[in-house]
Every structure is written in C-alpha cells, then in structure tokens.
Design a protein around this ligand. Structure first.
Ligand SMILES: Cc1cc2nc3c(=O)[nH]c(=O)nc-3n(C[C@H](O)[C@H](O)[C@H](O)COP(=O)(O)OP(=O)(O)OC[C@H]3O[C@@H](n4cnc5c(N)ncnc54)[C@H](O)[C@@H]3O)c2cc1C
Length: 415
C-alpha cells in the first residue's frame, strides 16, 4: 500500500511551517517532509554571528512573538531556528523530519495528483507545495582556479574568522552577506578586501523608525515587481544592534574596497573601474529613501524627530579615489576568498512540466503551470516580501485559499 496524503509540503523551513499553518486552518489534510531538521538552513547554513536582518517585531509570523527578545532586538540565527521549531510545535504541524524527497512526478494516467519518491518510500499526493527555499545552490563564478593555492568558500560555508587560514581575506559581493562577513572579519583584526558591485543600501533607521517600517508604510514590501530590470542586491545589517551599511565606514575601519571582480590571470584579480559609481548609486538609493520618508512624514503630519545629519555622506577614501584595478593575491597576502555571490535553485528532482526555457519556474503567485503544484518562498513570488519571514506567511495563506477553492470545484456534484 502506497501512503496517500491530500497535500504534501516539501521542506520545513519558515515557508513549509507557514504553509502547514494555513492548510491546517483550512482543514486540508497534509504532511510536511523535511530532509534534515526544522529550519535547518537557519541552524547550519549561516555564519555564527548572523542575526535577523529585521527587528523582532517585524521578522516573525503574526501568531507568535519572539520569546525573550524586545520588539527592536535583532534575533540571533539560532534563536530564529528555535522560534520556528516552537512555532511548528504550537500549531502541531505534521512534520516528518529526516525524509528527503528525491523525485516528484505526475501520477500514472487514471490516478490523480502526484507521486513523491522519498528516502522512506513513495507517497501519493493530490497537491504538492514546494517549499525548499529560494537560496539553495551556492553560486561561485568560475574565475579563480582551484589549484591557485587559495581557500575559496561560498558565504553559505563561512562560519567565523577562526575557520580561515592566517592571512588576508578577499570577500566578493556587496549584498547583506558580503558586507556583514567583511565586517565580521575586520572586527576580528583580519586584513580584508571587499569587492563592491551594484547595490542598494537603505538607512537602517531614519527619524526614529527602522527601514522595515519605512518599506511598510511606503508600500514597498508589497511592490509586485522589482523597481527596475537591473534590480540590485540590498546591503543591510542587524548586527551589533543594527546599523546602516556605509562602505566608507568599512574603509575607515581598514577594509580595502574594490570594484566588481572581473577576471583572474597570473595570480592577479582584475576589478572593473566602477567602484566610485557603485558607491554613488548606493548613496542615491539611500538618499531617495530619506526623501520619500520626509515626504511621507510631511504629508501625514507625523511627529518624528528631524535627522538632518543622516544626509552627511563622508568623503571618498583613498581606495575609492585611487581604486586598485589589479591585485596580486600572493603579494597582498590573501589566503582566502569568500564568494558572497548568491544562490541558484535546483529543481532537477521535480519531473514536472513547469519550467520555462531558462529553467525558471512558470507560476502565478506561486500557483504553478502544472495543476496541483505550488511553490512557496520564491523571491518576488507575489511581492517583494515573498522570500522574507513575514512575507512568506501571507503567500502561504494565498496558496492554502487556492487549494481550498480547487477542492471546492472537485467536490462539485460529488454529493
Ligand atoms: C544569509 C541569509 C540571511 C537571511 N536573513 C533573513 C532575515 O534576517 N530575515 C528574513 O526575513 N529573511 C532572511 N533571509 C531570507 C529567507 O528568510 C531565508 O532564506 C529562509 O531560510 C527561507 O526560508 P524557506 O522556508 O523558504 O527556505 P529554507 O529555509 O531554505 O527551508 C527549506 C527547507 O527545505 C528542506 N529541503 C530542501 N530540499 C528538500 C527535499 N528535496 N526534501 C525534503 N526537504 C528538503 C531544507 O532542508 C530546508 O530545511 C536570509 C537569507 C540568507 C541566505
């Protein structure tokens, strides 16, 4: 006898847990399969000093506050994992840990739904919700050869400065991971080189409000598409109480800023001549948030303290005015490179007709082209907030409603 369940959720990160909550509320029998532990990525795929990027009042599900943390605290990553474990227990989510889904295909003709092959045997399901995370497979550009005598790791494998060999470190990438890791290393006394590409860098706080609040009231979390096709990574940090990412401050602490990493030849890395331009665009983005916040305050007559000093941008340091274009890694004493260069998805285990020519998932707000199949936790799945803790909860509700509606259609005429 093959086990059968109405809805099968793959993955018990925040997305799988939110899905379970809404399926449970809608009375839809379901099972969540997790190959390791609940919220595993928060436990083991991130560096030791990582804290949530948003304050505790915001980066959470509506049903529970973070125990032991004030609303403005930035919760350490292990406590985020604990939170999701406790949340799953609170809602009595039917999660089976230690079960990997190795393949999902359509059931044979005449049988509804899907067959999931798992490490513990096959399961049939009427609906499948893929909640395996947006940040699955680390991407390292094929640039510096493996035999170059340098330790190369992705940001997902970085834990702490002590894990790296003695010597200087080059960090590639200026999103939240790259800047936070560069800062972590610089604070530990390491010599750090940071390759800075295009980025946005919203103010951490402005006029007494965190930037997550500003994104909320300015309706930017609910933006349905990136502001432009060349949308860039966001540099933000909750570390050390939270602070605005300021690349010039990093430079003042000893970090050497570099342009975008372009190529490697003869022990040397070449950088694009775009460092000053990247910083200027980041500043423009930063100042535009202040402008929009000021306009919102004025329009709504809010009594929030003025903060003119937020507009002071320090002068460019030497490494920006006279940028390094070629860096000989040996001469610079660089023994490690950390590639904070993002992730890609890996859906090879889904043997289903729901991918476009480029391999991207074909879906509408997470409802896949293949009937009965759903995705949850994708970046910009329905809006900007989709891949973040609080946003995924709302997308999960939409998907559970969709499944409930489909069940209604299928029940038509059955009585
Ligand atoms: C460094 C970093 C910091 C972040 N910080 C924040 C933050 O502060 N605030 C915020 O809102 N967001 C943050 N995010 C974004 C997002 O919240 C996280 O990536 C979050 O982990 C995504 O949750 P998820 O449930 O969608 O996916 P995941 O957490 O990746 O969970 C997917 C689960 O599926 C399991 N799984 C995968 N494949 C299978 C399979 N075939 N069979 C069974 N199980 C499977 C995995 O083991 C995993 O437990 C951060 C992301 C990164 C990379």
């Amino acid at each position: 006898m093959v086990e059968r369940i109405e809805a099968l959720v793959v993955g018990a990160g925040q997305a799988g847990i939110a899905m379970s909550e809404h399926l449970g509320k809608a009375g839809i029998p379901h099972l969540v399969l997790e190959r390791s532990r609940i919220a595993e990525r928060w436990r083991t795929s991130r560096w030791d000093s990582l804290v949530a990027n948003g304050p505790a009042w915001h980066d959470r599900f509506p049903g529970m506050e973070f125990p032991g943390f004030g609303p403005d605290a930035f919760v350490p990553k292990d406590k985020v994992a604990d939170y999701f474990e406790a949340y799953a227990e609170m809602i009595a989510a039917p999660i089976r840990c230690g079960v990997e889904v190795t393949q999902i295909r359509r059931n044979v003709p005449g049988r509804p739904g899907f067959v999931a092959e798992t490490s513990k045997g096959p399961i049939e399901a009427g609906y499948v919700i893929v909640a395996t995370g947006a940040f699955q497979k680390p991407v390292i550009p094929a640039m510096v050869p493996e035999n170059a005598g340098i330790l190369q790791i992705h940001s997902n494998a970085y834990r702490n400065p002590g894990q790296l060999p003695e010597g200087a470190v080059m960090v590639v990438g200026s999103g939240s991971s790259g800047v936070q890791i560069a800062d972590d290393l610089a604070r530990a006394g390491r010599r750090v080189y940071l390759s800075v590409g295009a980025h946005d860098r919203p103010p951490r706080r402005y006029r007494g409000r965190d930037f997550v609040w500003w994104l909320g009231v300015l309706n930017k979390w609910d933006a349905e598409a990136p502001p432009s096709t060349d949308h860039v990574t966001i540099a933000v940090s909750g570390a050390h109480g939270g602070h605005t990412i300021d690349f010039r401050r990093l430079a003042a602490s000893g970090v050497t800023l570099l342009g975008k990493t372009e190529a490697f030849q003869d022990d040397s890395v070449r950088f694009a001549p775009d460092l000053a331009e990247n910083l200027a665009k980041g500043d423009k983005n930063y100042l535009s948030v202040l402008d929009e916040a000021d306009a919102y305050i004025a329009r709504n007559g809010l009594d929030l303290p003025e903060e003119p000093e937020a507009r002071d941008i320090p002068a460019d340091p030497e490494c920006v005015t006279h940028p390094v274009r070629h860096l000989n890694l040996n001469e610079a004493g660089i023994t490690s490179i950390i590639w904070a260069t993002g992730y890609t998805a890996d859906y090879r285990w889904l043997r289903l007709d729901t991918f476009g020519a480029t391999g991207a998932v074909k879906h509408q707000r997470g409802v896949a082209a293949e009937p009965g199949l759903y995705f949850l936790g994708l970046p910009w799945q329905s809006r900007r907030g989709s891949s973040f803790i609080w946003g995924v909860w709302h997308d999960a509700k939409f998907l559970a409603d969709h499944i409930a509606k489909q069940r209604g259609y299928l029940a038509y005429g059955s009585k």
